[in-house]
Design a protein around this ligand. Structure first.
Ligand code: GDP
Length: 593
């Protein structure tokens, strides 16, 4: 049998190489290592190196042909273009306004604070007092702009991170001076720390007689946020939203903290960012607030936001004033999308309408595929694979336990675990049930939730199922520790098995020039899916090793799947020996839980 030909681009990452030959990245990394090349999963390698590895793994490498355009031409061009852009971009980076999120315990005054900051600023501004809540706003302080996310609380902030956007550059942690640090304050800190954004503490309600600023500072110091006047790194600013006091100091603190940070973007890049809000306005149609995070968004741009797309017909700033363009860190309300986009979703500029629709189509397909493969996206079993693949050296964990008396020994034992240079990183440890907020944090940070003698809230379970978060609960402490240790050592290897999803009978064999054999078949049960594994069975004997369904057509049209009772044309990778009466069995690989 001749080796299977694989087209290899002139430069590609280890991961892309593994995908080309249907191998795991680890196999490829091992093969590279045995050739004296140390490369991590996202590292780029050149054609010669890739060709060497491919040949050793039993395939025949060939440079990518620049042949007739294929269906994923757009995607390939975009990817190539991105690589060029990333190199170009560095020199075009300029500073942009910092993006600030306001977090804290319920009723500590987040909304009031956001309102007064906006209000005082707008009164001083040029367009009178009319403002609308569109999800974010900008203020000026000493000639510098600051962008505030106008949705208080860590939910919005973490939802952005879960979809791959950096939610904010700085977090303002609001703590009421009379109430002090409360459970959601600690939760908010965990969210900010997991996102690696600096925290500025606004101690609010200092107008109240029961306010106790010193006590709050003491509590902050106890949980590691040592106030700067006590020689720590945390700026603590006393404020009162009610009396509009301390606001200038707070803005000053933001400037101070962000001055030392590298807050930049490339205004020349194609626009991208995050959807902050979306609604259907009875008069104006779909309205969406977008936070531009890179590039410059212009009226007339075609954008894709999750599953929505369209050409921007008009754009408004937070004061309802028409604008033609929006630079990085600017929130704008836009008209022209075909559907209401989901808040938190990323948006990006597309080349044109056709590309935009193609991207949405791809996403629909990907979503379908993801839905068809149940189970968490990242489990404890996957941890070792990630370590090996060089993606991470840390295992992010969220620990919930019944009482303080069990929480401490668990976190201590886990912190002490270290297997070679792999270690655990505890993002949040708290007593109480596993909540929706825990799952959001896990989803945004690729963390695993470990519960010890605690229930999982129903809402948390639903989110975990939909976002693929691994929740594990235990009744025995050593079992919990042991599982984590084994994950670090790679002993909790995941188990996969092939599951048959359908079969078809070959009724007629066609020879098609340049394509090879196509089996005109009738699907007898289940379904036949393009891209799935296939086995050909003749007289009850399997004929060859595994192959892949490389083409699937109904009449002239490419289709993704064909169900029982229908006829179709099936082409297999690497197999050109069909006979009438053969059975084609279709398989998918599933993780066994
Ligand atoms: P959030 O849940 O954190 O957004 O809190 P809100 O902004 O809704 O405020 C909760 C309550 O605290 C409201 O009744 C506010 O009027 C009150 N409040 C907010 N800021 C202050 C303040 O600086 N001083 C006083 N006395 N009350 C405040």
């Amino acid at each position: 049998m001749t080796a299977k030909a694989v087209e290899v681009p002139s430069i590609l990452t280890v991961r892309e190489l593994a995908e080309l030959i249907d191998a795991s990245p680890i196999e490829v990394i091992k093969e590279l290592m045995s050739n004296g090349i140390m490369a991590s999963i996202n590292q780029q390698i050149d054609y010669d190196t890739a060709a060497l590895i491919i040949a050793e793994m039993g395939y025949e490498p060939a440079p990518v042909r620049l042949a007739e355009p294929e269906e994923d031409e757009d995607a390939r061009v975009t990817a190539a273009w991105r690589r060029v852009y990333e190199k170009e971009a560095a020199k075009d980076l300029v500073s942009r306004p910092a993006i600030v999120a306001v977090l804290g315990h319920v009723d500590h005054g987040k909304t009031s604070l956001l309102d007064v900051i906006r209000h005082t600023n707008v009164q001083a501004g040029e367009y009178g007092g009319i403002t609308q809540h569109i999800g974010a706003y900008q203020v000026q302080h000493n000639g510098q702009k600051i962008t505030f996310l106008d949705t208080p609380g860590h939910e919005a902030f973490t939802a952005m991170r879960a979809r791959g956007a950096q939610g904010a550059d700085v977090a303002i942690l609001v703590v009421a001076a009379d109430d002090g640090i409360m459970p959601q304050t600690r939760e908010a800190i965990a969210h900010a720390q997991a996102a690696k954004v600096p925290i500025i503490v606004a101690v609010n309600k200092i107008d109240l007689p029961s306010a106790n600023l010193e006590r709050v500072k003491q509590q902050l110091a106890e949980i590691g946020l040592v106030p700067d006047e006590w020689d720590g790194d945390t700026l603590v600013v006393p404020v009162s939203a009610k009396l509009q006091a301390g606001l200038e100091d707070l803005l000053e603190a933001i400037i101070l903290v962000t001055d030392g940070m590298d807050i930049t973007a490339n205004p020349k890049a194609p626009a991208s960012g995050t959807v902050l809000e979306g609604e259907l306005d009875p008069r104006r149609g779909v309205l969406a607030t977008l936070l531009v995070q890179n590039g410059t968004l212009k009226v007339g741009d075609v954008i894709v936001a999750g599953l929505a797309c369209g050409k921007i017909r008009a754009m408004f700033d937070e004061r309802g004033k028409r604008v033609k363009q929006a630079e990085p860190s600017t929130p704008v309300q836009v008209m022209g999308l075909d559907e209401v986009p989901v808040a938190g979703e990323l948006f990006e500029k597309a080349e044109n309408d056709r590309t935009a629709r193609a991207i949405v189509q791809e996403r629909l397909v990907a979503a379908e595929e993801a839905a068809a493969q149940p189970g968490p996206a990242f489990t404890l079993e996957d941890a070792f694979e990630r370590f090996m693949a060089g993606e991470t050296k840390e295992l992010n964990l969220i620990i919930k336990s019944d009482v303080q008396g069990t929480l401490e020994p668990i976190t201590k034992s886990l912190n002490d675990l270290k297997v070679s240079d792999l270690k655990v990183n505890i993002l949040h440890a708290e007593t109480g049930s596993i909540t929706d907020s825990d799952v959001m944090l896990a989803s945004a940070s690729d963390a695993i939730i470990l519960g010890f003698q605690v229930p999982v809230d129903p809402a948390a379970q639903r989110r975990a199922d939909s976002e693929g978060v691994d929740i594990r609960t235990y009744n025995i402490i050593y079992k919990l520790i042991e599982d984590v240790e084994q994950a670090l050592q790679g002993m909790l290897a995941p188990v996969y098995e092939d599951v048959r999803i359908g079969m078809a009978e070959v009724r007629q064999v066609f020879h098609i020039r340049r394509v090879g054999q196509v089996a005109g078949s009738y699907v007898r049960d289940g379904e036949i899916r393009r891209g799935a594994k296939a086995r050909v069975v003749r007289n009850r004997q399997p004929l060859q090793g595994d192959s892949k369904i490389s083409s699937l057509k109904r009449f002239e049209e490419d289709v993704r799947e064909v169900r029982a009772g229908f006829e179709c044309g099936i082409g297999l990778d690497n197999f050109n020996d069909f006979q009438e009466g053969d059975i084609i069995e279709c398989y998918v690989t599933q993780r066994v839980t």
